[in-house]
Design a protein around this ligand. Structure first.
Ligand code: KG4
Ligand code: ZN
Length: 398
């Protein structure tokens, strides 16, 4: 099955095309990556110190057709045809107009692109419909519906967080080929990103129960806010990681000074806003932000976050007697957090396996959406009516 996937939930516009075969239940799936393109808007949002939703939406609308062309060219599906009068397209014009009424620029680009391009050899379009920034999600969803109409292929709505989960199960065979790791249910997934911090229990395929989540800030958000306090640019996560790596312990130790919020709460919920405030107060004790201080604060903040994430995840894994731990989402790119989980997996021996999302798939991408779309399509065999697919900013795993 060939799937074209579209991801526009936040500040990355991404399109991937995969050829997938096999049954996930038998652990026999193989994915050929035919195209995988991501355009990050990070530089544009930097000056706002975070993602600016209306800018994100506008950029997605501007970049979807160029990215689609790039993905089709990469997969050798870009087939230019002689310009013909397209009666079928004319018949669909009013629906297309309605779908992309709010994106006139994208509509114009699409109407210029379709008559000149043959339908690619794909069987379905997977699209992220939530969670994320709703205006940004709508651009991707409506674009998917428009392509589904002109190419006459079904749309599979995908939960972005499910994509992050599956990305951790991908085993790279070679540069453009993945299979699924041999893993066992139950799974507990720690999903850590700019908008989410949650522990999700899965007893079988496509079965999700959120057993813990943040009560306030998401961990990525905390990284970004603390980075801002330290005068570091957006996105703050990677910046803090880099500064923390420069930290060299001197005589005076700060360790233990920052709280480990809710570490002994007995449940699997998190809270990072207190930690952020603690950093703020601690910073006020210093007259000047020196590079040494920035490194020290970055290090200590990262230590506090890592300790809480690891402890709660392992506790959840034990309580629910899981066989597999998954760590995914943008923050799972953090080296300290990755190393801490690798350390845990060594202690665990083979009774519990820990899978970290491959580094290059930790950030938002469409490959994980394509994989989730395939698995969902094979296991549920549901045919979705495009008009029932609605972008849902607050979508939860269920
Ligand atoms: O999953 P993602 O790309 O987008 C969302 O769905 O939110 O996650 C983005 C978040 C940002 O908050 C960013 O600062 C954080 O992931 N992040 C990191 C690192 N790389 C990205 N946080 C800590 N360490 C990193 N290396
Ligand atoms: Zn994400």
């Amino acid at each position: 099955m060939r799937i074209l996937a579209i991801e526009t939930s936040c500040d990355e516009t991404a399109i991937a095309i995969i050829n997938a075969v096999g049954d996930p239940r038998k652990n026999e799936v193989e994915f050929d990556v035919l195209a995988d393109v991501v355009l990050s808007q990070v530089k544009l949002h930097k000056k706002y110190g975070g993602v600016f939703p209306s800018l994100a939406k506008r950029e997605h609308a501007k970049n979807l057709i160029p990215l689609l062309k790039q993905a089709l060219a990469e997969s050798n599906f870009l087939n230019i045809k002689a310009k013909t009068k397209n009666k079928k397209l004319n018949a669909k014009r009013s629906t297309l107009n309605a779908l992309l009424a709010r994106e006139p620029g994208l509509l114009q680009q699409l109407l210029g692109f379709i008559p000149n391009t043959k339908k690619p050899d794909i069987d379905a379009i997977a699209v992220t419909y939530g969670p994320g920034l709703e205006p940004a999600l709508w651009v991707g969803v409506n674009f998917a519906k428009a392509l589904s109409l002109v190419w006459n292929v079904p749309v599979i709505p995908v939960n972005h967080m499910e994509g992050h989960i599956f990305s951790a199960l991908l085993k790279r065979r070679c540069e453009k080929k993945f299979s699924i790791f041999n893993f066992q249910f139950p799974i507990v997934s720690l999903l850590i990103s700019g908008g989410h911090t949650e522990l999700v229990l899965s007893k079988k395929w496509l079965n999700y129960k959120i057993v813990g989540e943040t009560k306030d800030d998401a961990v990525g958000e905390a990284f970004d806010k603390v980075a801002r306090m330290l005068g570091l640019p957006y996105p703050g996560g990677p910046e803090i990681g880099r500064k923390a790596a420069r930290f060299q312990r001197t005589g005076r130790r700060m360790s233990g000074m920052l709280p480990r919020p809710m570490i002994n709460s007995g449940d699997f919920n998190f809270s990072f806003s207190g930690l952020k405030t603690a950093v703020l107060y601690r910073l006020k004790e210093h007259k000047k932000l020196t590079p040494k201080l920035i490194a020290e604060f970055s290090h200590e903040f990262q230590e506090a976050v890592t300790e809480v994430l690891v402890k709660k995840t392992i506790a959840a894994a034990k309580k629910y007697k899981v066989k597999t731990i998954i760590v995914g989402g943008g923050v799972s790119a953090n080296k300290r957090i990755r190393d801490a989980f690798v350390g845990e997996s060594r202690i665990m021996n083979h009774e519990l396996r820990i899978f970290l999302s491959p580094l290059e798939l930790t950030g938002d991408n469409a490959l994980m959406i394509a994989v989730a779309g395939y698995i969902r399509s094979v296991l549920t065999k549901t045919i979705y009516k495009p008009r029932d697919i609605k972008a849902t900013g607050t979508l939860r795993l269920f």
